[in-house]
Design a protein around this ligand. Structure first.
Ligand code: FMN
Ligand code: 173
Length: 385
């Protein structure tokens, strides 16, 4: 089942007077999920750093770019497919790494992985997943692994070894979250899921992590969780540390959380294979630049040296199209699929992916384009609002 089929399926439902189980306006999933989810997990997913300024800026940045449709271009059938760092995908869309998904739905990352696999859309599994990476791999299709870079080299090497053995093909190293930001929404409700058992599955199943504990995680879970958190808090890493990852990871490496062209150049100089232009969905630095506003300069600086991927604020097909036109090779979908998970587990995630892809396919065609290669800055107009 592809994006075009999903469009037909939704139309056929309409003919039969059947409403779809979830909204097809993927920009409205947040409101729908708020009504369906428990308040604390919803607040954790929806929330951002500080006042939420950067989260809002991420969305506003998309509104400043407008698509300029072209006609009579023969875009009746489209091809959205692409290959990024050896991974073929039906569309330039991956699921962003999101930790602790079992707070949203008991099946968590398993449901997400199944939904994505059914559509051949790659997932990026978080280090802080609520199911062990091997269990997720067993039900997943194309998969990349996201690393929160632990302070202990043995634990880092062990995680990388396990991820490789379980068939994760690319490594996404997240650099913008070496400690969690000031997030009033969670602080005000004392909701800190990463301090609970929801995000430690990969640690508790890791031999190197277990070897460093005085008591097993089963005997003293509190102590084990504290050690896991401390492994990711603060960092002595710098640009010179990257060769360690090369030594322990046989495959493409991308750096996630890049917002400055100079950092993008450093990533290219360090022979990284890609970057993810991202501000973590506005969850880290309040007042930071909108991720889409950072994109063009970064593409100009390094677009010919490594793969530039993008996230933060993508909500529908038009947003994907705009990020691609500004030079991203693919985008990562974040909160929208997590809301799908909260609304309807595996079925909800599948609905969200299909809706975004069907919308992208139609928007691409109706703006007069046949493939994603047709998209350039010329596809867009810079508007004042
Ligand atoms: C609930 C939640 C948990 C997240 N956990 C992780 C994570 O474990 N690792 C990571 O690299 N990024 C994590 N992110 C950031 C996402 O990968 C992505 O950068 C962000 O969601 C994109 O912004 P958007 O949600 O506005 O699209 C998380 C985001 C959310 C909303
Ligand atoms: O909440 C987040 O944004 C995040 O990246 C994270 C960090 C630790 C555990 C789970 C998610």
């Amino acid at each position: 089942m592809t994006h075009a089929h999903y469009q037909n399926e939704i139309y056929l439902r309409g003919l039969a007077d059947e409403v779809p189980p979830f909204t097809t306006d993927t920009t409205r999933l947040e409101q729908a999920a708020e009504a369906a989810m428990a308040p604390a997990p919803f607040g954790y997913v929806a929330g951002g750093a500080g006042s939420g300024d950067t989260m809002r800026a991420n969305r506003e940045a998309f509104a400043h770019w407008r698509i300029v449709p072209r006609v009579l271009t023969g875009a009746t059938t489209r091809d959205l497919s692409t290959t990024i760092l050896g991974t073929p995908m039906p569309a330039p869309v991956l699921l962003a790494p999101v930790g602790v998904q079992s707070i949203v739905h008991p099946d968590g990352e398993l449901a997400t992985a199944r939904a994505a696999a059914a559509l051949d859309v790659p997932i990026v599994l978080s280090t802080a997943s609520s199911y062990p990476l091997e269990d997720v791999a067993a039900v997943a299709g194309p998969r990349w692994f996201q690393l929160y870079w632990p302070n202990e080299p043995e634990v880092c090497a062990s995680l990388l070894h396990r991820a490789k053995a379980a068939g994760y093909t690319a490594l996404v190293v997240t650099l913008d979250t070496w400690t969690l930001a000031w997030r009033p929404r969670d602080l005000d409700t004392a909701y800190l899921p990463f301090l609970r058992a929801t995000g430690v599955a990969n640690a508790f199943t890791d031999p190197a992590f277990r070897a460093g504990l005085a008591k097993s995680p089963e005997d003293d879970p509190g102590m084990a969780i504290l050690r896991w958190v401390s492994l990711f808090t603060g960092t002595d890493k710098c640009w010179d540390s990257l060769p360690f990852l090369r030594e322990h990871w046989d495959g493409p490496i991308l750096l996630k959380g890049i917002q400055h062209a100079d950092d993008a150049r450093k990533a290219a100089d360090a022979e990284m294979d890609g970057i993810v232009v991202s501000n973590h969905g506005g969850r880290q630095v309040d007042g930071a630049v909108a991720s889409l506003d950072a994109l063009p300069e970064i593409v100009a600086a390094v677009g010919d040296r490594l793969e530039v991927l993008f996230d933060s604020g993508v909500r529908n097909g038009s947003d994907v199209l705009k990020a691609l036109a500004l030079g991203a090779k693919a985008v990562l979908l974040g909160r929208p699929y997590v809301y799908g998970l909260g609304l309807g587990g595996e079925e909800g995630v599948r609905h969200v992916i299909r809706s975004v892809l069907a919308d992208l396919d139609l928007t691409l065609g109706l703006s007069g384009n046949t493939t994603i290669k047709d998209l350039t800055p010329d596809t867009l107009h810079r508007a004042h609002r």
